[in-house]
Design a protein around this ligand. Structure first.
Ligand code: DC
Length: 228
């Protein structure tokens, strides 16, 4: 039986790739002094480790063991895998695509569940991903679903990759995004979709400050409902 500690507030921010959820969730966590969980990083870490160990993306049992025994540390905005700083390595497009492929497996998702739940500690948590509101933190106080047009998302991803020193092509990025979205949305296990009661925010025409302000306003509304 799962014991749910409802005294620790949780905000979930789900959405498709490059919808801005990472940036927005991180900023909201900073503003509130909450912890931040980038759940996609855990799938990317499993993907990177599996590539390095030569594990096939369909070898479910080997992937599940790998996910369950990930030697990962988040510190000072950096991500460490078995003592190596892999913060940039896990952002490569090939690793993102591999992450999406291995994320279809129920055993892999199950293996990462406890690790993700462990991030729920005082004074609160902002968690971003695909199934934060639907599966991992269904008890969340506020559930947000971010969207943006494929064009806006491809442009954002292009900028991120160039800034990190990766080469990128906007047309192939767009095709990649659409293929990854289709896989994430149609998989049987924890498909990407807005959680029940989620507030949907289209960030195509918003800057980061505006999106963050909207999430903070919604959170204030659920924390201090009018008349309470
Ligand atoms: O958010 P991201 O692009 O870093 O995630 C990489 C992949 O990991 C994504 O395409 C699907 C998978 N993922 C998932 O299935 N569930 C999550 N909560 C987060 C990511």
């Amino acid at each position: 039986m799962t014991v749910v500690d409802d005294s620790i507030p949780v905000i979930t921010v789900d959405g498709p790739t490059a919808s801005g959820k990472g940036t927005v969730a991180h900023r909201v966590a900073d503003e509130l002094g909450f912890h931040y969980l980038d759940s996609g990083a855990l799938y990317r870490l499993t993907a990177l480790a599996s590539a390095r160990h030569g594990i096939d993306p369909d070898d479910v049992s080997a992937l599940a063991v790998l996910a369950e025994t990930l030697d990962v540390r988040f510190r000072d905005q950096r991500i460490w895998l078995a003592g190596e700083d892999v913060t940039d390595a896990i952002r490569a497009e090939a690793i993102g695509n591999r992450a999406s492929s291995i994320a279809v497996h129920k055993a892999v998702r199950q293996a990462l569940r406890a690790l993700q739940r462990g991030f729920k500690t005082a004074p609160g948590l902002v968690a971003d991903g695909r199934d934060m509101g639907t599966v991992i933190f269904p008890e969340a106080d506020l559930k947000v679903f971010l969207t943006a047009t494929p064009q806006a998302r491809a442009e954002r991803r292009y900028k991120q990759l160039i800034e990190k020193g990766f080469s990128a092509n906007i047309d192939s990025l767009m095709l990649d995004l659409e293929a990854r979205d289709a896989r994430d949305r149609t998989r049987a296990e924890a498909p990407l979709r807005p959680a029940e009661g989620a507030r949907v925010l289209d960030t195509s025409g918003l800057n980061v400050d505006q999106a963050v302000a909207q999430v903070l306003e919604w959170f204030a509304q659920v924390q201090y409902p009018q008349g309470a």
